[in-house]
Design a protein around this ligand. Structure first.
Ligand code: GAR
Length: 209
């Protein structure tokens, strides 16, 4: 069984989807810790309810980002984590951190990458008049929202949509897809080789929209 560390900054609804999928046995893995850079993140409450150890690393405790990421990396190594799942972790990780865990970190992003890396993705898609939007799950490398794409899921944007309609539509896909991808990794079906993502020995063809 794989050891999973989930990193969050906020609400943690994706964390909840992964907790539920480990509790039900859908994912053959154990969440050994939840790490947050925000003491106020609601996801920490979700973890506590599920009896998962939590750790907060606040930027102000450290002299710089490198020192912070290196403390997080040491904790992750002590925990013997096989997989690091970024689930709304809203602080950019240093290249030293991402390179230390190449092939072991995945991220979820609320857009069809490479479109709309960064913040406010839903509003930007609506402002651009896009009729399609979605989410992407990818391996993490040193580029922000870069790295080999594992899975994308599209949703429509309708002309009379409010921002919240689009946010909820994308969340629905995130909560379906993230447990699936974590399960692929935990059952040794998913891996990264030479910067490319593979599932069941086949290179994943999705190169983004
Ligand atoms: C999710 O929509 C996730 O895709 C996004 O933050 C949200 C976290 O929600 N991540 C990013 O924007 C990363 N660039 P949650 O805390 O309820 O899981």
């Amino acid at each position: 069984m794989k050891n999973i560390v989930v990193m969050i900054s906020g609400n943690g609804s994706n964390l909840q989807a992964i907790i539920d999928a480990t509790t039900s046995g859908y994912i053959n893995g154990k969440i050994v810790a939840v790490i947050s850079n925000k003491a106020s993140a609601y996801g920490l409450e979700r973890a506590k309810k599920a009896n998962i150890p939590t750790f907060v690393f606040a930027r102000k405790q450290f002299s710089d980002n490198l020192a912070m990421d290196s403390a997080i990396a040491e904790k992750i190594e002590q925990l013997n984590a096989d997989l690091i799942v970024l689930a709304g972790y809203m602080k950019i990780l240093t290249p030293e951190f991402t390179q230390r865990f190449t092939g072991k970190i995945i991220n979820i992003h609320p857009s069809l990458l490479p479109k709309y890396a960064g913040l406010n993705t839903h509003q930007r898609a609506m402002d651009a008049g896009d009729t399609e939007h979605g989410m992407t799950i990818h391996f993490v490398n040193e580029e922000v929202d870069g790295g080999a794409i594992i899975l994308q899921s599209k949703v429509p944007i309708y002309p009379d949509d409010e921002l919240d309609d689009v946010i909820q539509r994308v969340y629905e896909q995130e909560h379906r897809c993230y447990p699936l991808v974590v399960e692929w990794f935990c059952s040794n079906r998913l891996y990264l080789k030479n910067g490319k993502a593979y599932l069941d020995e086949q290179q994943l063809a999705c190169q983004g929209y």
